[in-house]
Design a protein. Sequence first.
Length: 403
Amino acid sequence: MRTYALTPLECTSVQAILSAVLNEQSPVDRAIALEFKTERMPETAQLHIIDAVGDMLRRLNLLAFLADVPLAQAGIAVQSLICQWHLLHNRQLPNLRVADQCDQKVFETRRELARQQPALWDGCPEWLEDLGQQQLGLQWPAERAALTQAAKRYIRVNTLKCNETQLQHRLQQEHIDTRAVEGVPGALEVTSNGSLFRTQAFKDGWFEQQDAGSQLIAPFLGVEPGMRVIDACAGAGGKTLHLAALMAGKGRLLAMDVEQWKLDNLRLRARRAGAHNIEPRLIESSKTIKRLKESADRLLLDVPCSGLGVVKRNPDTKWRDTAERLPVLLELQADILRRYSKMVKIGGQLVYATCSLLPAENQDQVARFINECDGQFTLLREQSISPAQTGFDGFYMALLQRN
């Protein structure tokens, strides 16, 4: 039985978003936000569009193969891709000009050919397939398949304002259903389709949207109220806010980044969350780091990385990132770990973290640092979050102590 097609309005929006992503290199979240700002539509239609765009980008090369279109030309054949997506999911064909050109028998033939190519079927570009096999070996096929799945929605309870039970009850009153996530205290999986960011609970700062795997990183640092803590690659501050909650808002939490606009966003989020012990600080030069030498009880280094652990959440990155970028990232990570680690006090601890699955960015990077630091640091423990085993995004974290 065939399910319904996307409506003409939904197809138009999907086409506009994919064209912006593929032809103009726009990040998918920005393209979606711009489309919804321009075109007012019901919430259910927005959810259909978001789901369709995400699924199409996760398996873009497969849809291009089914449409017999070179991947490099996918951006000018978006209507054909939309039709192939409908056929792939056994949906009625949409009301599009190119729908009449879709032949069911041709589709079935090409679909069977694609099934015989596991990487293609999982929407994996060649560069990523080569890198995954090289770095993860026999583990890679399971991780590759897991990264093809749609990302689940998780939120983190803001314990500065409420507890898990209170948040679940309040969200239920706003028609949002959730359930606790085993093994991740304070994490809730959102199991209904309501708009989280329109709820009063969000506006009042009762929760933040954050992957469950990501929520394991801040507790790994072992912060306590009253400590002096530095989040040196804070970005927009998701983990910073988590650290503030774990510190019960007490102590000093320095949130640092090289981009001011991210810190400005963090300032707004901190105000909403009631995290008053966060102090944003721009990294203007190496002097900013040097002035903080041996000042931190705890240091979080959530370093820039390939992001290969979160491609199901950011699927557009698969089609613009290449293996050529990895050596540059590896040197940047090593430099940050080498220089920023000096901010930790003797006896203090740091966590090195990435949202990557690659040993080159994770275990190998930490081993290299330990080998070169002349006994200044000891690895206490490390943990990898596997999308295949958990259903979460992929992460790595290593806890090190300064001797």
